[in-house]
Design a protein around this ligand. Structure first.
Ligand code: MF3
Ligand code: CO
Ligand code: CO
Length: 275
């Protein structure tokens, strides 16, 4: 049984298991947080070249958030000590910024969540470093298409299963594996809230989408099998078969007749190449 709970402006929230339904104030707040997140992903494009250490990217992201009056929601989150996740090649998600240097041919996901005036803008994009092979570029393109196909289904009257189904169908048409072990999530006042936004499923199943819901869609798609494993650091998730993995993420809000994407790139840098 799915429960829905209407959130009043400035109401303190905790995870209750219910799906939170937000009002106009929340959509305004999410627009501001989401735009900042997207601007940051736009601004790091010049750093996404061979020779950059991933911690330099993380430092730039933190500086931009602080300069805008936001804080990185990941900083101190469950013991995580960085301002972004940077996941390269076979890393599925939660790659830790380090002295790893970007090299020619890498495909890289950068995931950021500024917390601005109490609102979490959660988004990630793929970047191509130097010359990337055709197979990898195709994975990145199809993963972007998966996200946008899912977003097309995000409207009142549909269910989470409708969103999941189109993502799974598109990925599997290309013989890719859809990661099951990580999901999208409710977002807003809380970083990770109900519901779980799965990326595989059957039409008409799962929670019904209602106006006021705010959540992420963030499919992780592998060239090979869907299976992941966690590295010793407790964060880095990699494909078990070491195949390449890609991900894009938007934070969206359900409206009366569809949805709003809070994290669209103001510069139009939606999918690579960004040059
Ligand atoms: N931004 C990630 C997401 O999309 C969560 C990262 S949590 C961290 O949900 F601690 F790993 F940073
Ligand atoms: Co997310
Ligand atoms: Co994210």
């Amino acid at each position: 049984m799915t429960e829905y709970a209407t959130v009043a402006p400035d109401q303190p929230l905790s995870r209750s298991g219910a799906i939170h339904l937000y009002g106009h104030d929340a959509f305004e707040g999410m627009h501001r947080a989401g735009r900042l997140a997207a601007e940051i992903l736009d601004a790091i494009v010049p750093l996404m070249v061979p020779g950059t250490e991933t911690r330099t990217i993380d430092d730039a992201i933190r500086a931009k958030m602080l300069a805008a009056g936001a804080v990185p929601a990941t900083l101190g989150y469950r013991g995580y000590t960085h301002s972004s996740c940077i996941s390269i090649n076979h890393v599925v998600c939660h790659g830790i910024p380090s002295d790893r240097i970007l090299k020619d041919g890498d495909i890289v996901n950068v995931d950021v969540t500024p917390l601005l005036d109490g609102w979490h803008g959660d988004t990630s994009r793929m970047y191509l470093v130097g010359d990337v092979g055709l197979k990898a570029r195709r994975l990145v393109d199809v993963t972007y298409e998966c996200l946008m196909l899912g977003i097309e289904q995000a409207k009142p009257g549909n269910t989470m299963g409708d969103v999941a189904h189109v993502i799974q169908r598109h990925a599997e048409k290309h013989r890719y594996g859809v990661v099951r072990d990580f999901c999208g999530h409710g977002v807003g006042r809380l970083f990770h809230d109900a519901p779980e936004v799965v990326h595989v499923g059957r039409p008409g199943t799962g929670p019904e989408l209602r106006p006021g819901m705010i959540f992420t869609i963030e499919p992780m798609i592998n060239i090979g099998r869907p299976d992941v494993k966690l590295l010793e650091d407790g964060w880095t998730a990699v494909t078990r078969d070491r195949s390449l993995s890609a991900q894009f993420e938007h934070s969206i809000g359900i409206t009366e007749d569809g949805c709003e994407i809070f994290t669209l790139s103001p510069a139009g840098l939606h999918q690579p190449p960004y040059a």
